[in-house]
Design a protein around this ligand. Sequence first.
Ligand SMILES: Cc1cc2nc3c(=O)[nH]c(=O)nc-3n(C[C@H](O)[C@H](O)[C@H](O)COP(=O)(O)OP(=O)(O)OC[C@H]3O[C@@H](n4cnc5c(N)ncnc54)[C@H](O)[C@@H]3O)c2cc1C
Length: 276
Amino acid sequence: MKPASFEYVRPRDVTEALSVLKKGADRARVIAGGQSLGPMLNFRVARPQLLVDIATLAELRAIEQREGKVRIGAAVTHAEIEDGALAIPQSRFFSAVARGIAYRAVRNRGTLGGSLAHADPHADWPMILALVGGSIVIAGSEGQKTVPADRFATGAFSTVLTPGEIVFAVEIPAIAPKCRLGVFKLCRKIGEFPHASAGVLLDRDSNMSRVFLSALADGPRRLPDLERVLLEAGREGASIAQITRAVADAAPELDLVDRQLFANCLAQAQLRAFQQ
Ligand SMILES: Cc1cc2nc3c(=O)[nH]c(=O)nc-3n(C[C@H](O)[C@H](O)[C@H](O)COP(=O)(O)OP(=O)(O)OC[C@H]3O[C@@H](n4cnc5c(N)ncnc54)[C@H](O)[C@@H]3O)c2cc1C
């Protein structure tokens, strides 16, 4: 199918983009990489009358270090992260995450901000940013505000963004060099969205852990009980029985097979974190 007709504008900067979005109200929609919106237009699931293309805006393409955090513009692509654009000690970790998204052709265009705003519960970045304690910088006509990554999505395909607001950037706090990070996702086919996914962060020096499951119906879900287990456990980490119980408690809607798949993902994520 072909999309319904629409007008297209490419604003000069974010201020102009926000002003066009405000004037366009419900008729207008932002487009970045077009990797999710493109098919939605073609299938006429989305029928905006005006597309505001923000993919090339310089303010959204910047990556900078600020007060110990790295700030990544919303229009930075998965491919750029894959190619090592984040000059931080954990750059290889983020590069590997980006490399696991879809195919290179999708990664060349798909953006960090687009992925977050689209809020597909199977997407990779929402869980990764929640795992590392990241936050999302939102820009609107009233100015900017920052929301913790784990509070940005409000459910499947829904976020705290209000009409006329855009994702401006993502901030990742400094991650201690000894902090252990591991993620694992299970895809039925290479390049597809994951069927199950999990992430583990363990920072023994500051006695802090985060554990998430993702690719559930409503997006990333935190497992605080397992985080406590991990902090108390020794080098062997949580046992498979503890992991399976934690998955059953956190996601009671899963059937036995899926519970085992998610538990296996989590066990693999823990192994990767411990092997670092
Ligand atoms: C075959 C295929 C496989 C994929 N596999 C994966 C995968 O395994 N893991 C994964 O995480 N993703 C996957 N994706 C999705 C991909 O990561 C897209 O990049 C992402 O979903 C959307 O990014 P985009 O820049 O293309 O956004 P667009 O398609 O341009 O926009 C998507 C939505 O976000 C809005 N939007 C875009 N940018 C902003 C912004 N800055 N502020 C506010 N709203 C904005 C748009 O209005 C639209 O509603 C896959 C996509 C394809 C086509």
